[in-house]
Design a protein around this ligand. Sequence first.
Ligand code: GDG
Length: 491
Amino acid sequence: MNQSARKPGRLVVVSNRVAQPKQTSTGGLASAMQAALQERGGLWFGWSGKISANGELHRLSAGPIDYATIDLSRADHDDFYAGFANRTLWPLLHYRPDLVDYQRKHLEGYLRVNALFADRLVKLLRPTDILWVHDYHLIPLAAMLRQRGVKNRIGFFLHTPMPAAALLIALPQHRQLLETLASYDLIGLHTARDLRALEDYFLHEIGGAMRPGGRLRAANGRSFRAGVFPISIDTALVAKAARCAETYEEIGQLRKSLEGRALLIGVDRLDYSKGLAQRFLAYAHLLERAPALHRRITFLQIAPPSRGAVPEYRQIRRELERMAGHINGMYAAPDWVPIRYVNQSFPHSLLTGYYRHARVGLVTPLRDGMNLVAKEYVASQNPKDPGVLVLSRFAGAASELEDALLVNPADTAEVADALERALKMPLRERRRRWRGMMDVLESRDITAWRNDFLDALTAAPAPASIAEPASPAASQITLPKKPPDGPPSHC
Ligand code: GDG
């Protein structure tokens, strides 16, 4: 039995969205949280996904797990979720300052919803609970809970990259917002690069210090630990699902439709961080310079739409439709379509079957915290005849999957080279590379990830025992009377 399972106290998971029982499309993270909650007993708290005027609290229990979700008002949803979280923080955290739309009203909404979460959650907590908060939507939540007297251990995991300090300081009010991270006891990041960026920001931009034992001390006096915890997948489960999918009718139909052509596959939420436009260009580059490959390969890009309320996402959708149409118009033949571009989502088990059938997995985000598709593609392969992963250096997964063909997604010629190499790669090399990556995924799967994080959080010094001044008060973030220097809506 692992250490975290032995510790008393419920686990309380807090995330923007909650995977409730009986919801079909639960991903790896949702299953990992459900397994941890099942093991310790606990509560999962977050937004219900519904919009209503009265902020209704919904309660549901399934075995040892309680679910508590709240509705958001239209204004809260627009300012917090569609605004500050997804039009300010998301592009900033993905190195896209050109897309950052900072509006004071959105920051106010973000703080308002975090305060609403804290108000509702504090009433549900018990003194022995251990809290695990997820992602960029909830940066100031611990500070707001501490203001309300919460002394429990609170951990935070950032699922996105942590960008370089030089970029973070472009965010108006960055110090007041990001210093609230010090109210957590443990901060988990995907890679050593993300950890360096966080340390650099605290140490060199906002006057923090490194304490003995590697704890970071913020200028406001509170100290916390930050560490690298690369998220993973349920490797054995994915491998099994992919084997089982061989018998699915849909997989048979795909195989038949390919008529012996090699399949290249990409699976990504429709998001500008995923580098889909650059990927399409790289594929066009390959078709242009290797006519011998025409009719012999097919690229299937699955891209379920996401965040349709945010204008940038509607724009990328239009752009990709145009590009796919253009490439097919240039190169298609009466009996061959070079790109199959599919804007819909599929059951996860079916996806693993598609991965298994693909000779090349194309995972080329411009920036990605980890990228679980890369790991799922590897775990889905047939060990006797595995495909090749072409992976962006800027996905967190690149720090672990060194046997992939690593590329800079902005260099379309380099990506085209890698695709050609992957398509021609001898079986022996494919097997060697796959084994190297699978070893990583077998030794560090999603269960190891959650246990490592929870063990580290449980081992962190109890918050009450740390001599410290009052934690930073996120509600005290002072909004400037007039906009700071620089253009008002872009930084
Ligand atoms: C964020 C970070 C980090 C995709 N299409 C379908 C579908 N998926 C599943 C995949 C995979 C998951 O969604 C996507 O995970 P990623 O990691 O690739 O990307 P994000 O959604 O951006 O996730 C990322 C992750 O958080 C975890 O920390 O790795 O960097 O951005 O599991 O298989 N699932 C189903 N149908 C689809 O059509 N059922």
